[in-house]
Ligand binder design. Structure first.
Ligand SMILES: [Zn+2]
Length: 395
């Protein structure tokens, strides 16, 4: 039975951790004394083992709600830092730091910006032919390769098969690279390189366009066999994933400026906050897009031509919507999140006391009155600034 008393004392000590720090010690002493009395009383009355165990267990369990009733664990309000205007900024910077640390300092974006290693990317192009399916492009056939080889000043064919890169003898010469593996090319890491005498299977053609001639620009390439092929300059194609997120960021800021309520002091804060959060999203998107392998045709696949742009548009829109909604609920003076919503009025008297919600700035700068949505929409929210005398009512 002595073990049972020790177990009850342990439970009371455990429960005391839930009591506020200032009251913890006296509360624990009182409960430990009481459990001692209860134990001695039960033993003196000669109660059965079972009754004693049951009564003591019930007593110890009661200590937990009693400790919680004494008040919150500490007077620190965990919601206060979330309402602080610096919170979204700090959260965005933390996410950016995490993204940088997990991607080796945005390596995908840096590589894309630098272009193909050791080569002037604007001088090298991949040739594609139209697949006649929804504007998609495919790698050329072996016949096309032979025709283009006849007119190309320097041309290298390669066929990709999983992790193996099969190349014609000119390949490394055209690329200005040394034959060694693993070999990074078009976003893939090639583990084995095999030399081919002629192309086979899926063929990608890498050419160095003639300077001063009609090929000296990206776009369409007329070929001797009468077909027209697409020409994708590698450097340009590698940097392509950096353009949409930059455009998405600027468009979101412009859209945000036109949609945000124009309060002179808060607009600057809105722009900084939105730019940071959209910037983190855009950097994350760019890092993924830069790591998607470029197809040997140099064109776009369903992934790069549709899925990634759709994800960018939806993501930018969602971030802007969240930022605007957050901005709506902030004090225009101290930029804190408004709190303590109060519902006023009723649906029965929409004429004099229309239903609405009021949320307050906890520093006493004012209140936002949001009319409740009734049929036919609602009027815009209204900011009521409090004068100095109200400040005393707030901490
Ligand atoms: Zn305020």
């Amino acid at each position: 039975m002595r073990m049972l008393l020790l177990a009850c004392q342990f439970a009371i000590r455990l429960a005391s951790l839930r009591a506020p720090r200032a009251l913890r010690r006296p509360w624990r002493e009182e409960w430990l004394t009481e459990v001692g009395y209860a134990y001695r009383d039960l033993m003196a009355r000669g109660e059965s083992r079972r009754t004693t165990a049951w009564d003591l267990a019930r007593f110890s369990v009661g200590a937990f709600p009693d400790a919680a009733d004494l008040g919150p664990l500490s007077d620190f309000d965990f919601r206060a830092p979330l309402a602080h205007p610096a919170f979204p900024v700090a959260a965005a910077l933390t996410l950016l730091a995490l993204l940088g640390a997990s991607t080796d300092g945005l390596r995908g974006c840096r590589n894309a910006w630098a272009g193909p290693a050791g080569e002037r990317g604007e001088e090298l192009a991949l040739v594609a032919r139209s697949s006649r399916v929804m504007g998609m492009e495919a790698t050329p056939s072996a016949n096309d390769y032979a025709a283009w080889k006849a007119v190309g000043a320097r041309i290298a064919g390669f066929a990709m098969e999983d992790a193996t890169l099969k190349v014609t003898p000119e390949f490394f010469g055209v690329l200005g690279a040394t034959p060694r593996t693993p070999f990074a090319f078009l976003g893939r890491t090639i583990k084995t390189v095999q030399t081919l005498e002629g192309p086979s299977g899926r063929v990608g053609v890498l050419i160095r366009p003639r300077t001063g001639g009609r090929w000296d620009r990206p776009g369409r390439l007329p070929t001797p066999n009468g077909s027209v092929a697409g020409l994708h300059f590698i450097g340009r194609r590698m940097r392509e994933p950096l353009i949409p997120p930059a455009a998405g960021l600027l468009l979101s800021l412009a859209a945000g400026l036109t949609l945000a309520p124009r309060r002179p002091r808060a607009v600057g804060y809105f722009l900084v906050k939105t730019a940071l959060i959209e910037g983190v999203f855009a950097a994350c998107w760019a890092e993924i897009a830069c790591r998607v392998p470029i197809p040997p045709s140099g064109g776009h696949t369903a992934m790069t031509g549709f899925l990634l742009p759709a994800a960018l548009s939806i993501g930018c829109g969602a971030v802007l919507w969240m930022s605007l909604r957050d901005h709506e609920r902030r004090c225009p003076v101290c930029w804190r999140r408004l709190a303590k919503p109060v519902r006023i009025g009723s649906h029965a008297s929409t004429m004099f006391e229309s239903p609405r919600e009021e949320i307050l700035c906890l520093k006493g700068h004012g209140a936002l009155v949001i009319p409740e949505r009734i049929l036919g929409g609602a009027a815009p929210a209204d900011w009521i600034a409090f004068d100095e005398s109200w400040q005393d009512c707030f901490v």
